[in-house]
Design a protein around this ligand. Structure first.
Ligand SMILES: [Zn+2]
Ligand SMILES: [Zn+2]
Length: 357
């Protein structure tokens, strides 16, 4: 009798433990804009099928838990250090991951990384049919094959120290590839760094902005080592939640790079994200001052500078702050220092324009 009771207690506590230990998805709150779905994506991920540490299925479960909508596994074609132990197939990561991605509701995009020395460096080809034919010693032929398959191509980590010790450089080779339309996008942020001058290139040359993890280790290691709870993410403003719609959005340049507290995007996209994220109301007023409540409805964060008051405020995700400003002309102007359309160009807005009707 006593033994039975102990057994029941043990089974119950095991069940409670199991319930507590189940994986949950962290739903990232980022608003939709202008009739588009805002999809959280990572277009640069490695597995054991090149120089990554984990199996493709792990990349799907990491993405699901972190609230992502779409990922591309982009193993190196030219660099396969595990081949002594694992037979390398360039098609394997997608084939292995596609069923669990479908079950999890994650859009899995077939991709690969064309891995050349600088110039021109590394490029990701997304939405390809077959990775194997893209493998070519001649980088132009590799990119042409990817393009012939209908790929969207981006230049990866242009400021990676190992290849660009003096910072990102737009070389003649890049201009040739650009002129031949062999790439359409560029990583402004990669892994744990971002490149201000590359944000300016994106603006000047109308390149689609990316912020990708380029993860090789388990994502939990990255999050711990970088003291963050979020990987670099590319926000895609997509008509539908489909691979085809994401492809269309990338071609149209409708993205934002979300890296640490920063958002990198075209100015109109940043303005729309801001308008949908923040709600401002007046809570107090006298002859001298006006007090505002600024509420953030999202997981985005905002570094605000008020020039008239000469003060700075940080607005964390899903929270509100109060600020009292002198009631003089242009008093409610605010600079959002972490929302950048170019390297030195933060978004400037008026609090009154962020009030919901
Ligand atoms: Zn690379
Ligand atoms: Zn990579």
């Amino acid at each position: 009798m006593k033994l039975k009771r102990i057994t029941v207690v043990l089974i119950l506590s095991w069940l409670i433990f199991q319930a507590g230990a189940q994986p949950v998805r962290n739903e990232l709150l980022v608003p939709d804009i202008d009739g588009y779905h805002t999809l959280k994506c990572d277009f640069h991920i490695h597995t054991v099928f090149s120089d990554g540490d984990v199996w493709p299925l792990t990349r799907v479960s990491e993405a699901w838990r972190e609230g992502l909508d779409a990922i591309a596994i982009t193993d190196h074609l030219e660099y396969n250090p595990h081949k002594k132990y694992i037979p390398i197939s360039h098609e394997a990561p997608y084939e292995i991951a596609k069923e669990s991605a479908q079950q999890a509701g994650i859009i899995l995009i077939k991709g690969t990384e064309i891995t050349k020395s600088m110039p021109p460096g590394h490029f990701n080809a997304l939405f390809i049919d077959q990775a194997t034919p893209v493998h070519n010693d001649d980088y132009k032929q590799a990119l042409r094959e990817a393009k012939a398959q209908g790929a969207f191509i981006l230049w990866n980590h242009p400021g990676w120290k190992a290849q660009a010790p003096d910072g990102p450089k737009w070389m003649d080779e890049h201009q040739e590839l650009f002129d031949e339309k062999l790439f359409h996008g560029i990583e402004v942020a990669n892994y744990n760094e971002w490149y201000p001058e590359v944000l300016d290139w994106a603006g000047d040359k109308n390149l689609t902005i990316f912020s990708n993890s380029d993860i090789h280790e388990p994502m939990s290691d990255y999050l711990l080592q970088n003291k963050t709870d979020r990987r670099p993410i590319t926000l895609v403003f997509s008509r539908e939640r489909t691979s085809e719609s994401i492809h269309e959005a990338l071609l149209a340049g409708r993205t934002a790079g979300w890296f640490r507290e920063y958002l990198f995007a075209r100015e109109e996209i940043l303005n729309q994200l801001l308008e949908e994220s923040i709600d401002v109301s007046i809570t107090g007023r006298n002859e001298k001052n006006i007090t505002y409540k600024i509420r953030n409805l999202t997981d985005l964060v905002f570094n605000m500078h008020f020039p008239v008051a000469g003060s700075d405020k940080f607005l964390p995700g899903r929270s509100s702050i109060l600020i009292t400003l002198p009631a003089k002309e242009n008093h409610d102007q605010v600079t959002f220092g972490n929302l950048l359309s170019r390297s030195g160009k933060p978004v400037v807005a008026q609090l009154s324009s962020l009030m919901k009707p």
